[in-house]
Structures are given as structure tokens and as C-alpha cells.
Design a protein around this ligand. Structure first.
Ligand SMILES: [Cu+2]
Length: 114
């Protein structure tokens, strides 16, 4: 009789623990990609915002040459650490930090320049 009660109590405790775990897992925010990673190369990007995609959080930027990395062109850059909707408007001249690894590149610190 007592043993059955103890087992029932343990089952309830286990069920409660699993519910708590599930609640924690569901409440967790999707992991943001890091702003910087070890071994990345850093460049200064200067250019003009052409357009943006809030869905992908990208800016299309008409950028100047980036010595040692890229010639002048218009292309999309993923932004990390900010929502593109909150960045300077299309047409604004900006500078940003360009981070590059062997298989990814992104920008941070997008700021309007005169
Ligand atoms: Cu480019």
C-alpha cells in the first residue's frame, strides 16, 4: 500500500518535472546568431542603402570598394544585432562593420554618415 503511494507520488513528480522542462523549452527564444565570431575578418563598409528586407533582415547596399575584400558593387548584406526596420531610411549613406569568415559574412553597427 505504502509502496504504491510512493510510486504514484514519484510518477506525479516526474510528470511535473517534464511539464516544467517542456515549458522552458517552448519559452526559449530562437537563438540569435553571434555578432562576432573568433577568427573573423573585419572591414569597414561604406555605402548607400538601396532597399531592405525585414523578413530576411537584410540591407541591399550600393557600397564602395572594400580594400582587400571586394570591389564596389550593389549587394545584400545580412544585419546582425539590429532590426533593419529601425535602421536609417533607404537612400541614406551609412557605414557599417563587415564581418567575414570562410563561409559567411554579415554587418553590424550600421550608422548614418553625412
Ligand atoms: Cu559587395
Amino acid at each position: 500500500m505504502d509502496a504504491i503511494r510512493i510510486i504514484a507520488g514519484m510518477k506525479r513528480a516526474l510528470a511535473a518535472a517534464m511539464l516544467l522542462l517542456a515549458a522552458l523549452a517552448c519559452g526559449e527564444q530562437p537563438k540569435e546568431k553571434p555578432l562576432t565570431v573568433p577568427g573573423e575578418k573585419l572591414y569597414t563598409l561604406k555605402g548607400k542603402i538601396v532597399s531592405r528586407s525585414a523578413t530576411d533582415n537584410t540591407l541591399q547596399i550600393d557600397h564602395e570598394a572594400i580594400p582587400g575584400f571586394m570591389e564596389a558593387m550593389t549587394m545584400d548584406y545580412t544585419v546582425r544585432g539590429a532590426k533593419v526596420a529601425q535602421l536609417p531610411p533607404d537612400g541614406a549613406r551609412i557605414s557599417a562593420r563587415l564581418h567575414a569568415t570562410d563561409n559567411a559574412y554579415w554587418i553590424t553597427d550600421v550608422a548614418r554618415v553625412p
